[in-house]
Design a binder for this molecule. Sequence first.
Ligand SMILES: C[S@@+](CC[C@H](N)C(=O)[O-])C[C@H]1O[C@@H](n2cnc3c(N)ncnc32)[C@H](O)[C@@H]1O
Length: 200
Amino acid sequence: MAFTFFFRDRHTLEHLTKLIVKKLEQYGSIKIWDAGCAMGQEPYTISIMLAEALSDSDFKKIRIIATDIDENNQFGKIIKEGIYPFDQLSRLPEGIIEKYFIKIDENENYKLVDKILNSLEFHKQDLLQYAPIDYNFDAVICKNVLLHFNHEQQMKVFEMYYNVLKPGGYLTMEQTQSIPVEMLPKFDKVLSDANIFQKV
Ligand SMILES: C[S@@+](CC[C@H](N)C(=O)[O-])C[C@H]1O[C@@H](n2cnc3c(N)ncnc32)[C@H](O)[C@@H]1O
């Protein structure tokens, strides 16, 4: 079940982009984990939003680690190549295709520019192994993934996200995902209209 698209839940990701830009001023570099990234549309969306918000030199200070269980071993190749058919780009805001994609053939396939491709690394990873991909993240994005896990599994994944985030780091989820009651003391909701939480 890897339904996703570019600029999905644009509102939340735009809020997160603003928060990350502020954090970059504070820390000088930023590390983001997109867990359950599917074919890369979501982590590439946040990369494009950050590229729009930052100078070239500041954008180089952003590192995005994208992971997925990738059951059929398909996502890694797609993400590395960054090639998507035009019908998947229909929801992109005006001007974004021209700026960040290059048409590569007559079959309407488009490839992301190197600047965006190079901001992201992909690793195959099963969240239910509860083994962090890395530590000291400024933000974790985990959208439309946890709903497939039971309460105990969700608790363990939330614990893992808490442990890998820096103090003050952000956890971003889809609007319908809530934090288990037991975890509430560990995360503050930052905005009333987006599901972005800050590690206490
Ligand atoms: C509906 S897609 C969400 C994609 C993107 N985050 C979004 O919101 O558009 C759910 C993704 O979660 C991944 N997934 C499911 N179980 C997982 C697990 N145990 N570990 C890592 N990824 C998993 C699936 O492979 C799929 O790509």
